[in-house]
Design a protein around this ligand. Structure first.
Ligand code: ATP
Ligand code: MG
Length: 407
């Protein structure tokens, strides 16, 4: 197969391949960018594989960085672009089900493609557009099939993360998993326990954000992989609700993913926090999910106040709305958004009185009382009782402090 019109990313990177080839070595585009080009999908990072050894690659270019030299990767800097150029390699050992004990640099493209996970990820592309297809990846791409390169049992034994990659690609590409590959995942699912949570997290999130989430989730549940993920054991029933997600709706952020999961598992705010700690998500994400859970709880109790909408903020509100839409919820999300948009102020900075103003007007001194006054003014403005006007707010603050002193 020959690709006539290469995407711009490849055209820009072409001189790198030509330089390597000009020195007598082989060089190809490999991995996801080749697969996605043939699928006519948008491509992101362009990976290059070569028969040149790392030191040989470094000799050919003015600017390089040793990003992963032990694994054969040299970063080539060219016209403000960065390219990862990786020497063809074989891997062996894998005694811990996750990492090869030994990486050997080789001169053969075939050996390099053989170690790749799925046939559709084992295609190579020459700079002139010729596709090298040694494992029938093109046919699988055409038939939308995800199939392990070689013997699936062995491949998942070598690296158990590949099983999570299978379900994430099923979702990302909307592909079915070939029978033997799927059977091997079922059989080896417990090996997932050997994999670092951080790496499972990445694949799980990508699965949830794919174009065919329910397909990925179906495999994730049916193969039993879920049971070897943090806190998912015994949760088949609630997790099965994810199969009813709106197929037309796509989750677009990690926060949406975890908000949906915590909501589906009916976790409280506190439970969500410890659940997400087990998954090792960032603290920023945990804070957003907690805030989202609080809003979802208020929605289900029909007790959403303007103050809660204000505290939730636009970003988390948008996540909550997307999660509700993904769940085909009957909640009127446009009213929620309209109520938020109508809030007189969207952040505390917009309040026309701050701590400094309260001090200058001799209303209070620094300390907890100041916080209480600000919160009182904020409440008044958000509920429409007070105008967001400095003199009015100072007056309200004065009254508030004197009545509080009296009581
Ligand atoms: P994406 O579009 O998500 O980046 P990708 O196919 O480029 O998809 P990467 O994780 O970036 O996926 O990996 C690049 C390539 O490296 C893959 O296409 C595959 O050939 C190979 N690869 C990555 N991880 C593994 C693995 N665990 N086992 C075998 N091959 C792998
Ligand atoms: Mg990639």
């Amino acid at each position: 197969m020959q690709i006539k019109k290469l995407p711009q990313e490849f055209i820009t990177a072409r001189p790198i391949l030509q330089t390597i080839e000009g020195a007598g070595y082989e060089a190809y585009f490999v991995g996801g960018s080749v697969r996605d080009t043939i699928l006519k999908d948008h491509i992101h990072d362009v990976d290059i594989a070569t028969s040149a050894f790392p030191s040989e690659v470094k000799d050919l270019f003015k600017k390089t960085i040793d990003t992963g030299i032990k694994h054969g990767t040299v970063m080539v800097l060219d016209h403000q672009q960065k390219y990862e150029v990786t020497t063809f390699r074989t891997e062996s050992g894998y005694q811990d089900f996750r990492r090869p004990d030994k990486v050997t640099f080789v001169r053969s493209l075939e050996e390099d493609l053989k170690r790749r996970d799925f046939t559709v990820n084992a295609l190579a592309l020459k700079e002139d557009g010729t596709v090298v297809d040694l494992f029938s990846g093109l046919q699988d791409l055409q038939n939308h099939i995800l199939k392990a390169v070689g013997i699936p049992e062995e491949r998942f034994h070598e690296d158990a993360l590949r099983m999570m990659r299978a379900v994430r690609f099923a979702s990302k590409l909307d592909f079915v998993i070939e029978e033997k590959t799927e059977a091997a995942i079922k059989h080896n699912a417990p090996l997932l326990k050997k994999i670092a949570v951080e790496r499972i997290l990445v694949e799980f999130e990508k699965m949830m954000m794919g174009q065919a989430t329910t397909k990925g989730v179906k495999y994730f549940l049916e193969t039993g992989l879920y049971a070897y993920c943090p806190q998912f054991e015994g949760k088949l029933k609630p997790l099965s609700q994810l199969l009813n997600l709106n197929p037309k709706f796509r989750l677009t952020t990690e926060t949406q993913v975890w908000l949906l999961i915590c909501h589906t598992l009916e976790l409280s705010r506190e439970q969500s926090r410890s659940f997400l700690r087990a998954w090792k998500t960032s603290n920023e994400l945990i804070a957003e999910v907690e805030s989202g859970i609080q809003l979802l709880n208020a929605i289900s109790k029909n007790s959403v106040s303007e103050k809660l909408l204000f505290r939730t903020g636009k970003k988390v509100l948008q996540s909550v709305i997307n999660v509700l839409l993904a769940m085909n919820s009957k909640i009127d999300t446009s009213t929620l958004l309209a109520r938020y948009n109508e809030l007189p102020i969207k952040s505390t900075h917009e309040l026309n009185v701050n701590g400094h103003d309260l001090l200058t007007a001799n209303i209070t001194t620094p300390g907890p009382q100041m916080g209480r006054i600000i919160s009182y003014l904020l409440d008044g403005v958000l509920t429409g009782q007070f105008k967001n006007n400095q003199s009015e707010l100072l007056l309200k603050a004065k009254k508030y402090t004197s009545s509080n002193l009296e009581s």
